[in-house]
Design a protein around this ligand. Sequence first.
Ligand code: F6R
Length: 609
Amino acid sequence: MCGIIGYVGAKEVVPIIVDGLKKLEYRGYDSAGIAVFEEGKINRRRVKGKIAELEKSLNEEPLKGHYGVGHTRWATHGRPSEENAHPHQDCTGSLVVVHNGIIENYLQLKKRLQQEGHTFQTETDTEVIAHLIEGYYENSLEQAVQQALQELEGDFAIAAVSVKDPEKIVAAKMGPPAVVGIGENEYFVCSDLNPLITHTKEIVFLEDGEMVVVEPDGARFRDFSGNEVTKTPEHITWNPLMIEKGGFKHFMLKEIFEQPQVVRDTLQGRISLDTGKVFLDEVGMPANRMDAIKKVVIVACGTSYHAGLLGKYFLENMAGIPVDVEYASEYRYSDFILDKEVLVVVISQSGETADSLAALRSIKERGALSLAICNVMNSSIAREANGVLYTHAGPEIGVAATKTFSAQMAALALLAIYLGQMRGNLDPKESLTFIQELQRIPHKMEIILDRAKSIEELALRFVPFSHFLYLGRWVSFPVALEGALKLKEISYIHAEGYPGGEMKHGPIALIDDLMPTMVVVPKDRVYDKILSNISEVKTRIGYVIAVAFDEDEDIKDKVEDVIPVPQVHPLFTPFLTTLPLQLFAYYIAAHRGADVDQPRNLAKSVTVE
Ligand code: F6R
């Protein structure tokens, strides 16, 4: 949730940290701060609000130094305010700490530290870390941090700096991600890759229970018990252009437009257009166990959960295997029953979502085989699952997921065809048909994106509305859920996604001329059924917008507005019907003046429960 960046090297530290914080801002943006070190002194600056506020303050009163740490906050303990903003300091002000996560035993620690004479200045859980380190300090920051770590319960990624032990940052991880960037005589510690790729491609991923000391001439890794750990840097292929807006007004819009390429990239190298085969050897799953699976359980949160719902249709249809789809936050606390013949697929863009990670860990304890579908390389879920199928969407900066949803659908379709072939559920001809259809999807997506202007014009008419209903059936039901989620999270319009057939069991009571209904109605096996649902809405003076196939002339007489999409295999319509809903939500939010890329109260990667 929060973002951390630290730098030690020869360069001026403030621009590096401020630039890094801007790239981390999607992790949290209610307050921000920086601490830089110069001539044996810590200079700290913190502000309530966004990084722009911090930058403004630093422009007015610049700070200088060659090492330091910065933080952008998503508040958990203590309201968003300047005093609760990180970095937090000890009693003497000679050391500072930044933290991502939650210290669960902070109240006990705080009480004890207060009894020992420490004075607290904030409402945060983080401040206890600074005082603990202060209390343990004998001869080095590393020794003090290591001892403090023994007392912390909960999830944390931290970075600490002290004037007593200059030119070094000590960082540690237990839960949320922490990476170390290795440059030439300069080192970075950070919560994720995005800020680092403009500086270096050589990255070390810390594991839980590991800490690092970075200095201008090197990095040393240890576990929390003090044993040395050998780490090998990984070379990252993401490039800096991927995290620029590239002429678009918002990252979200850019990412919507990247979807054709993202689907191409996720399919690339994994399909044969000659034989209809899908190759997923790279995922590293034991073939004998894949052969034996009798059931799939998909576990995820948010948009990834909606992709999971689509995965169920793909897998049941193409692989002929029963599938359950579960919210990770519920599943982890349920009495779920798994055995060795169940494949659990955990879908997570970030690979760090706390509930999905916790669910994965319980699943592994029960002996089930796990496959991660992740976008962020080497993320916790990607590393901890038995195998990983990466979506090749590149970094997603907009807080609302768009391109990664399409990439997840592509990965799930590949998995379904792969398992269908393995289990003899699909013959080569059927596989080839599906693969050819998938291959044509990016071009069809481009056709929809070329029509963005008309979707914007339509969206403009709905800017003042306060409620929306989204309906779909069969594969269009998860699309309705996703469309409603996009609208509510970025425009703050109340929107409900519902299966068309369920509407008459309650939501129909809401229908009136102030609650428009968006209906996803491609020509598929439930076309006639959803037409009946449209009639039910219309009879109650409802206003209906339909997302329908280009060729569907009949729909035009039945609804007020139609957003046309190209025809595609019925199972794959979500690849196309989702795009107009993303654009519709985007344009409404943008015209309402909403902060599209950083909607209120949200954070990109939900690393706390
Ligand atoms: C919605 C959105 C969230 C995420 C959810 C899971 O636009 O982005 O609902 O989908 O927080 O995140 P990941 O996929 O990183 O596990």
